[in-house]
Design a protein around this ligand. Sequence first.
Ligand code: ADP
Length: 173
Amino acid sequence: MEIKLIQGDITGQDVDAVVNAANSSLLGGGGVDGAIHRRGGPEILQECRALRASRYGRGLPTGQAVATTAGRLPARWVIHTVGPVHSASEDRSEQLASCYRESLRVADELGAETVAFPAISTGVYGWPMDDGARVALSTVRGTPTSVAEVRFVLFDAAAYAAFERALGEAPPG
Ligand code: ADP
């Protein structure tokens, strides 16, 4: 699998699937979630509502992932996953790793070959960027998948630099 780091806006990525750092309600929020729904249009929210009605009445659990259409985005699908809120007293990195693994599993089910990820949980959910980058890269590298290309799309220079450092540290997968 090829791993690419890009600084920019994930909503413009020309990939098969874009991963959304959603919240458990699946009804939209700020950050990446807000950007995806704004640019992707109402079709995505409609499908999210249907998923809530049929399967996730109590919300999508943290660490799980589910796909919808990508509406007007250049991508074909959006894979919604719910990251953990960072905690100073409890290690939730297994839940964060699960977001990346489960998103790749859903991508495999869809037959997606190129997938773009944001830095899950590192915004409103407060995860320190360096650690979030290490979890992201080590998990993606350690997950068996038929996805051929994973792009990490980092919103700003600091996030990009953190992922570059983590890529340098991680053993080649
Ligand atoms: P979470 O609630 O999981 O923390 P956020 O959306 O608040 O999710 O933030 C996750 C990361 O995505 C942050 O590093 C934030 O800077 C970044 N981000 C926000 N908007 C975009 C975007 N349009 N494209 C890529 N990354 C984004």
